[in-house]
Design a protein around this ligand. Structure first.
Ligand SMILES: C[S@@+](CC[C@H](N)C(=O)[O-])C[C@H]1O[C@@H](n2cnc3c(N)ncnc32)[C@H](O)[C@@H]1O
Length: 326
C-alpha cells in the first residue's frame, strides 16, 4: 500500500498495517501537508469505557486534586533520589569540554513558522528545544556515533540531519521510526537514511540488536507504559537486547525531579515513562548515566550558563545513559 493510501486510511480511522513501510532518504514524498499533520494529531483513539474513572486508585490517570494536596512532598526544591548515581564527573566533563568546543556553531533560528513545508530546525519548536536541542547538537559531534535510531521522529530529526550534513560529513546513519510522520519526514530529509513508518512494536528487533558500541538509540515516543504500548516494548524487548556501549537518549525525563507541575497538575498528562527509567537505573549494573539536562541545570547551574552562553541557562528533559562496557 502506498504511503498516501495509508495516510488516508489513518484519517478514516483505520489502524495502520503492522508491516513497517520504509521510505529511503531519496524517495519522493507522499501525501499532502494537511494529511501528514492531521495524521500526526489523529492517531487512533478508543471509544470503549474504562472500568474505573480517572483519578480512581485503579486508574493510571492521576487525581490532580489529591496530588495538589501533596505538592510540597512531590516537588521539593532538592529531590533526593535513592540508588541512582547521576555521575557528576561525566556532567562536568561534558559541560566543560564538549559544550565549549561545539556550541559556538549552534546557529539555529529561535523561531520559524511551524508549517507543513518546514525543512529546517529551529530552537523554539513545540517538541524538542532548550538544553535538549543544544545537548543533542553537541553530543552527536562530541561522540560521533556511526548510527542513530530515533523512535519518535520530527523536530529532533531535523536537528540530527543538519548536524550530519554540516558537521559529520554525512557519515551518520539516521533511521527514523515514526507511525505518524510529519510532512517533512515523508518528503525525505537530506541526512536521514530511512523512515520506518510504523509503530516501534512492529519493527524487527534485529534493527536494534545491530546497534554497536557508541551508536545511539533515541527514545521519544508516547511516554506511557501500558499494556502493549511502545514504551513497554522499548524497555522490555529492545533495551535488554542492546549491545554493550550503546547510548540511549531518552527524552522528557525530568529526573531527579518529578514530571513538571504543569504537566501533572495543569495538563494532567499522566505520563509514566520516567518511573520505569528510574526503576531501571536504581542500583543498576547495566547502565551508566552520562548526561541529564534537568540534572545538569539544577546541579551545575553556573556551568550550564557558561556552556550555553546564556545568562539564565536552559533546562530540559533529555537523559543520556549508556549500556556499560563489560
Ligand atoms: C513527543 S513526539 C516527539 C517526536 C520527535 N522526537 C520530535 O522532536 O518532534 C512523540 C512521537 O512519538 C510517536 N509515536 C507514538 N506512538 C508511537 C509508537 N508506537 N512507535 C513509535 N513512535 C510513536 C508520535 O507519532 C510522535 O511523533
Amino acid at each position: 500500500m502506498v504511503l498516501r493510501e495509508r495516510l488516508q486510511n489513518l484519517l478514516r480511522g483505520a489502524r495502520p498495517e503492522s508491516t513497517p513501510v520504509t521510505v529511503e532518504a531519496d524517495a519522493p514524498g507522499a501525501g499532502s501537508a494537511d494529511e501528514a499533520d492531521a495524521a500526526t494529531q489523529e492517531a487512533p483513539v478508543s471509544t470503549t469505557t474504562t472500568a474505573h474513572p480517572n483519578g480512581h486508585f485503579y486508574s493510571p490517570v492521576v487525581d490532580t486534586a489529591e496530588l495538589a494536596e501533596r505538592e510540597s512532598l512531590l516537588w521539593p526544591d532538592s529531590p533526593r533520589i535513592v540508588g541512582i548515581d547521576f555521575n557528576d564527573a561525566s556532567h562536568e566533563d561534558i559541560l566543560r569540554r564538549a559544550f565549549p568546543r561545539f556550541m559556538p556553531d549552534y546557529d539555529y533560528p529561535e523561531t520559524l513558522e511551524e508549517s507543513p513545508q518546514l525543512t529546517d530546525f529551529f530552537t523554539r519548536n513545540s517538541q524538542f528545544s532548550w538544553l535538549d536541542a543544544r545537548a543533542y547538537f553537541v553530543l552527536l559531534r562530541h561522540w560521533r556515533p556511526r548510527r542513530v535510531i530515533e523512535i519518535g521522529s520530527g523536530f529532533s530529526t531535523l536537528l540530527a540531519a543538519d548536524v550530519n550534513r554540516r558537521f559529520l560529513d554525512g557519515q551518520l546513519d539516521v533511521t527514523c521510526i515514526e507511525p505518524y510522520p510529519r510532512e517533512f519526514l515523508l518528503q525525505g530529509v537530506p541526512g536521514v537514511s530511512r523512515l520506518l513508518q510504523a509503530k516501534v512494536q512492529d519493527v524487527d528487533l534485529a534493527e536494534f540488536a545491530a546497534l554497536e558500541s557508541g551508536d545511539v538509540l533515541f527514545v521519544d515516543s508516547s511516554h506511557v507504559a501500558k499494556t502493549g504500548s511502545d514504551v513497554n516494548f522499548i524497555y522490555f524487548e529492545i533495551l535488554p537486547r542492546l549491545a554493550d556501549g550503546v547510548r540511549v537518549h531518552i527524552h522528557d525525563i525530568h529526573l531527579p525531579h518529578e514530571y513538571s507541575k504543569d504537566w501533572v497538575l495543569t495538563e494532567n498528562r499522566s505520563w509514566n515513562e520516567q518511573y520505569l527509567v528510574r526503576a531501571l537505573l536504581m542500583d543498576s549494573r547495566r547502565y551508566v548515566v552520562e548526561f541529564g539536562c534537568n540534572y545538569a541545570f539544577h546541579r551545575f547551574p553556573q556551568l550550564v550558563r557558561e556552556a550555553v552562553r546564556s545568562e539564565h541557562g536552559y533546562g530540559g528533559g533529555s537523559l543520556w545513559i549508556r549500556v556499560r562496557e563489560s
